[in-house]
Design a protein around this ligand. Sequence first.
Ligand SMILES: [Fe+2]
Ligand SMILES: [Fe+2]
Length: 373
Amino acid sequence: MKLLLVADGDLLRRAYFKDLSRFFLCKLTEMSAASAADLSKADLVLIDFDRATPRAIQHLKAAASKNKSLKILCIVTKGDRWAPAQAAAFGQVAIFDRENGLRSLISTIRDLFAAPQFDRSRLQHLDRDVQVAFGKANDFLNEMPFALTPESDFPTRLMMQAATSVTDALHEKGIGPWVGAVESHHSHTYRHSLYVAGLVTSFSQSLGWNRADQYTMAAAGLVHDIGKTKIPLAILDKPGKLTNSEFDLIKKHPVFGYEILHERQEVPDEIKHMTFHHHEFMDGSGYPEGLKADELHPMVRVMTICDIFAALTEKRSYKEALSPRVAYTELMDMGGKLDQSLVRKFTKVVTAVANKDVGGSGAFVKAEKLKSA
Ligand SMILES: [Fe+2]
Ligand SMILES: [Fe+2]
C-alpha cells in the first residue's frame, strides 16, 4: 500500500505527515513538482490544500487529469470554503477534516485502500481458538503505534487479552496452526511480532514455566519491537540496502521501545526488560548496552533466541528465508552469544515449527522434517 502525500510548502514540517509514515509506506512530493507518473504509482494520493498556491494546484490538476482512476483523499480545514471547492475540482475525491485527528485519518485511509490486513480465506480452515487469538493480537498491534507518548494510554487490556488468547490457543493446539495464521498477514512487521509471540509462548510452555509467565512472554513477543513504530515504514520495509544512518536508526529501536514503556506502571517490568534487551548477547557483544550473561534475565535470553530464529526463517526483500533446520544450526553456531543450554531446549519448538507444513505465500519457508536438530 503506497501513499503519496502532496502539499505545497515545507511538507516535512507537517507533523501528521511524519506520523503517517509510521503507518503506511509514504512518499512526499511538492505539489508543484508532482508528476503524472508519481501519482499513478500511488495506491492513494493524499492532498493537503493548506497554503497551496493557485499555480501549484493548477499544476497538480494537470498531472492528475492524465489518470482518471486515481484514488484521492483531500485534507481540508473546517470552515475553509476554498479548499473543498479545490478538492471538488479533482472529481470524485474523499474529503477529510484535519480536526478529526490522526486516528480517524488512519482509519479513513485504511478504508479507502480497501485492502484487508490479512487473508481471511487462509484462516478459515484453522481452529476457532487460533482465529480468535489471531484477531485479538492483530487488534492490539493496530492500537500499539498510537501509544508512543507518555500522555497516550497504553492498550494494556488489549495486550493482556491477546496474550491470554494466544497462550491458551497454543497450549491446546501447539504452534503449528499459529504459524499458519501468522502467514496470512500482509504486513511483515505484524507477521514478525505475531510469530515471535508464538515462539516465545511455545518455548516457555515447553520449559514448563507457569501460566502467568507464559502470558508475560506472549505479551512481550507482541511488544518487543514497539520501538520500530517510531521509524518510518519506508526505512523498515526498504527493499534495497540500508544506508549507514538508516541502519543506525533501526538499531535504536530497543532504546525507543524503552523510552515508550519505562514510565508506564501498567506494563510489567519483564516486558520492559525484554523490549530493551532483546538484542543483547551473553558475551557482551550485543546492543544497546553491551550487557553480559549474568545481567540477562532468562526471559530476555528466551526472547533473543526466538527473535533471531524468527528473523532467520522469515523471507525479507533483501534475503531468502532459511529452513527451520538451517536456522537452528545458525543458533548453535552463535556459540557463546546465546545461552546454549536454552538453545538445546529450543529443539522442541523448532521441531514443532518444522513439522508443520505452513505452505502458502513464502513468508515462511515450507517446513521440512527436522531429523537431527
Ligand atoms: Fe528487535
Ligand atoms: Fe524482533
